[in-house]
Every structure is written in C-alpha cells, then in structure tokens.
Design a protein around this ligand. Structure first.
Ligand code: ZN
Length: 133
C-alpha cells in the first residue's frame, strides 16, 4: 500500500459559517460543498485548495465525536486524510503492520468517500483517515 496524497485535512470547528469566512474571505478559498453526515453527527464543508481540500467539521449534536473532540482539545486540527487506491486492501495492510484500526470495515464519509480511521495510538497521536474516492 502507498498513500497517494493528502486528500484533505479535517478541522473541528464550533461554527461552520463563521469559520468558512476565514478560509473564504481571508485565504481566498471557495466552498466546494457542504453536507450533513448523519452517521458521524457532523455538518461538513469542503474547501478545495490545490490538489487537496480543507474539511471543516461542525458537530450536529452535543455528544457527537466532533463535539467531544472540541470539549477536550478546543477547536483545531482534528485529522489528516490520505488518499488510498483501495480502502479494503489498505485496512488489511495496516492491520498486517500491527496498526490498530478504529474502523476495521470501511464506512461512508462525506462526498461519497469510503473511509477508515487509524487509531492515534498507532499513528503517533495523529488521527489518520484513509480515504478512497
Ligand atoms: Zn475527513
């Protein structure tokens, strides 16, 4: 397996609209789209930049994973997503390397992607997302 590129960088935010104005009005990015991912209890905005994207994540509930993340760490960098060619193979490969996977099966992510998270304990405290799309 080989990570092909940084697909996106996930940033946990309290207020999507307020945060978008920084990336749009100050950094000059455009919002590629927004989407609610019910399964993860988040509202997501994607802002393409070059060959990658910024993913802003706002929790839709008080107890979702992003809400808990912000409670613990405050707003900010939440995960780094690497594009892979085949998510199922990537999960098997990671496990064969002794990596602990949060997701042993791919799940649905924003933009129709298939994703799986690597446990930060296996990836030096960075939450790594593998994504196929
Ligand atoms: Zn992501």
């Amino acid at each position: 397996m080989k990570a092909l590129k940084i697909d996106h960088i996930g940033i946990a935010v309290k207020d999507l609209e307020e945060t978008i104005s920084f990336y749009r009005d100050v950094l000059g990015l455009e919002v590629g789209g927004t989407e609610v991912v019910e399964e993860q209890k988040v509202k997501v905005a994607f802002l393409p930049v070059g060959d990658s994207e910024i993913e802003l994540l706002e929790s839709t509930t008080e107890d979702g994973p992003i809400a808990r993340f912000i409670e613990k760490n405050g707003e900010g960098l939440q995960h780094v997503a690497f594009k892979v060619e085949n998510i199922k193979e990537a999960i098997e490969y990671m496990e064969s390397k002794g990596m602990r996977m949060i997701d042993k099966e791919p799940r649905y992510g924003a933009g129709g992607a298939k994703i799986a998270f690597v446990h930060p304990k296996s990836s030096h405290r960075v939450l790594v997302e593998l994504t196929e799309r």
